[in-house]
Design a protein around this ligand. Structure first.
Ligand code: BV8
Length: 243
């Protein structure tokens, strides 16, 4: 077993929030089966038709505020792991929902941004935002209209927190990927980055094999609300397997 103060890095995707009632992207009933990435999740789409993009995020923001959308036992288990593991647990999520925070995770990086935050392209103010946004909403900080956009990383934009993420990937002894199809880079490349170092055990927890399934040392398949709590229980009891 490795020394107890080892760092654990966890990557989550839309699959961890599915059982909380939020759609994934690439499942048959997923978001990208209903709208095209090119129409709602690129800077070009926003320039071409800002109202269409704002409406797409307004609908998802309203959906996230639904009373039945709450953290599930998988989110809760990751918050417990952060609390009870003696070393650092860094949670990197591709998700823009706030379910990890609401479950109690603190050491958290939203590499693709946050649905409940908006930023002003005129004054760079970043603020919590839970209501609809339109192309004429005035910025509460600078007062100018038309500059407020979702604080979300679109395709072709640089993900957030990358320096800290790679720093932790370089030192971690356990890398766990949960609920992601492994389609989107750079997140999908994290397991390869960990493998090159050869110092960490890597585990995929998913409903089905992802694009990068063969790159992991270990894989456990099933619904996140079942396999994630059991996995956290095992790590807290037995520690991290040698790489
Ligand atoms: C970048 C925010 C560089 C928006 C998202 C060609 C042209 C242009 C770009 C590229 C290109 N080739 C590659 C790229 C890079 C591109 C990319 O990877 N494209 C892909 C499509 C090929 N990446 C980027 O553009 C990134 N930026 O590279 O910048 C750069 C360099 C210098 C300077 C500037 C820039 C930015 C990517 C971020 C895009 N934004 N999200 C929003 O949310 O609206 S990404 C989008 O996919 C989602 O948001 C999500 O975050 C991400 C990954 O999806 P998943 O989370 O994996 O969800 P998915 O549905 O796919 O899978 C769910 C999984 O869960 C499934 O496996 C399923 O089986 C499982 N599951 C389901 N139910 C359960 C379950 N598991 C457990 N339990 C269950 N119950």
């Amino acid at each position: 077993m490795t020394e107890p103060a080892s760092t654990i890095v966890i990557l989550t995707g839309a699959g961890i929030s599915k059982e909380s009632g939020l759609d994934t992207f690439r499942d048959n009933d997923g978001i990208w089966a209903k709208v095209r990435i090119e129409d709602v999740a690129t800077p070009e789409a926003y320039i071409r038709n800002p109202t269409r993009v704002q409406e797409f995020y307004n609908a998802r923001r309203a959906g996230l505020k639904e009373p039945n959308v709450v953290p599930n036992p998988a989110h809760d288990a990751l918050a417990r792991l952060e609390k009870d593991w003696p070393g650092e647990v860094l949670l990197v999520t591709q998700n823009i929902d706030d379910l990890h925070e609401r479950a109690g995770s603190h050491n958290l990086i939203h590499m693709h941004g946050e649905l409940l935050k908006v930023r002003c392209e005129y004054c760079d103010a970043l603020m919590q935002w839970e209501d609809d946004l339109s192309t004429t909403t005035p910025c509460p900080h600078c007062g100018r209209k038309g500059g407020l956009r979702p604080h979300v990383v679109w395709f072709g934009e640089m993900p957030l927190g990358m320096d800290k993420i790679y720093e932790s990937l370089d030192t971690c002894r356990l890398f766990v990927s949960i609920g992601t199809s492994g389609n989107v880079y750079p997140a999908a490349g994290f397991v390869q980055h960990v493998r090159y170092r050869g110092l960490a055990h890597s585990v995929e927890l998913n409903l089905e094999p992802s694009q990068g399934a063969t790159l992991f040392s270990e894989a456990i398949y099933g619904p996140a609300t079942e396999i994630v709590p059991a996995f956290v229980e095992r790590i807290l009891k037995d520690g991290i397997p040698a790489p």
